[in-house]
Ligand binder design. Structure first.
Ligand code: NAD
Ligand code: UDP
Length: 330
């Protein structure tokens, strides 16, 4: 069974997509454990604000670049995490061809960098691999039910191709590649306007605007707090033997969209109500990870409930919105 990673590991670790929501928490956690971190990010959906606490750390380096361009990093590299890809449907559909290329060309470029440096590679894949699943909960050996021509295909199929690149590199013996299939994650550093359900509902409730429930609101998702996810990613990267297959990382607690709306309304003093809006095309009807593999291989399971994790998330959005509001005239 994998042990908790040691402190003061002293590794050199590249985090592609490190300026984003999850990536910035990962960079912090890796620095806290005594590593040197090189963040590689184009700031497409990330922000220097997410890294403001890290910029003065001498063990942290920021390289601004698109992963679709050739990657040249000098010096030794022990590990590469690839989180570079917009994750919210609004973001990844804004430039779908670039999203696809980010997953395919970007992952290929990073795998080649891992090969050159002899680095272990971890790909941030997604539960979207399962599409609108016919099996529930989703186990890693389920092949999925994905529309390859719809508006989500740039993300889903890009991530599926990236997984194929990882497992082909592993089979070829060129890279020790690992794949985490991440389920919906939330927490501080999300962007207020990213269009994701947690950001939308919390921002709407804080602004006394109606919460927009798409479709009937009976569709489900499973929400993982970001620190739990980061712990899972680090354990997967550091587990002794390569699992040689994808590993689901997510919180098995399953909520309908309506249940999340009601929970948010119960935690924020607001005059907001609920309004219904059309369901986006190909919106998956349900999502819940089977995490038996992560439990067995990594001794990992989430610790933070949705009700607990929403509190720091709400505080983050409160602070972020307060900074945006113009100062009141005297
Ligand atoms: P995010 O959009 O906040 O972060 C993505 C980061 O990648 C951003 O900093 C962005 O600027 C950067 N990026 C995007 N395209 C790039 C490119 N071509 N070159 C360089 N940098 C680029 O998203 P997130 O929620 O932090 O997700 C991180 C990773 O985890 C993504 O790969 C996503 O697919 C995966 N994931 C996230 C979730 C979730 O719920 N947050 C769920 C499943 C999978
Ligand atoms: N959703 C919603 N209202 C919103 C935003 C999202 O009802 O304001 C729904 C969306 O239709 C989906 C679920 O919430 O069923 C999760 O959406 P999100 O975009 O956060 O993630 P994904 O669909 O990629 O899992």
């Amino acid at each position: 069974m994998a042990k908790r990673p040691k402190m003061n590991e002293g590794k050199v670790i590249v985090v592609a997509g490190g300026a984003g929501f999850v990536g910035s928490h990962l960079c912090s956690a890796l620095l806290d454990r005594g590593n040197r971190v090189i963040c590689l990010d184009s700031y497409l959906t990330g922000s220097p604000v997410n890294l403001s606490a890290l910029q003065c750390n001498p063990y942290f380096t920021m390289i601004e670049q698109d992963v679709c361009d050739e990657i040249q990093i000098d010096g030794p590299i022990d590990q590469i995490y690839n989180l570079a890809c917009p994750a919210s449907p609004r973001d990844y559909q804004a430039d779908p061809i670039h999203t696809m290329l980010t997953s395919v060309t970007g992952t290929s470029n990073l795998l080649r960098a891992a090969e050159r440096h002899g680095a272990i590679f971890l790909q941030a894949s997604t539960s979207e691999i399962y599409g609108d699943p016919e099996e529930h909960p989703q186990q890693e050996d389920y092949w999925g039910h994905v529309n390859c021509t719809g508006p989500r295909a740039c993300y889903d199929e890009g991530k599926r191709a990236a997984e194929a690149l990882c497992f082909d590199s592993l089979r070829a013996g060129t890279v020790d590649a690992r794949v985490a299939r991440i389920f919906n994650t939330y927490g501080p550093h999300m962007r207020p306007n990213d269009g994701r359900i947690v950001s939308n509902f919390v921002v709407q409730a804080l602004s006394n605007e109606p919460l927009t429930v798409y479709g009937s609101g009976e569709q489900t998702r499973s929400f993982c707090y970001v620190t739990d996810l980061v712990e899972g990613l680090i354990r997967l990267m550091n587990c002794g033997a390569n699992p040689r297959g994808p590993v689901n990382l997510g919180n098995p607690g399953e909520f309908t969209v309506i249940e999340l709306a009601e929970l948010v309304l119960s935690k924020i003093r607001t005059t907001s109500s609920i309004v219904y809006a059309p369901l986006p095309q190909d919106d998956p009807s349900r999502r819940r990870p089977d995490i038996s593999r992560a439990k067995a291989l990594l001794d990992w399971e989430p610790k933070v409930s949705l009700a607990e994790g929403l509190s720091p998330t709400i505080r983050w959005f409160q602070t972020t919105l307060a900074k945006r509001r113009p100062a009141r005239r005297r």
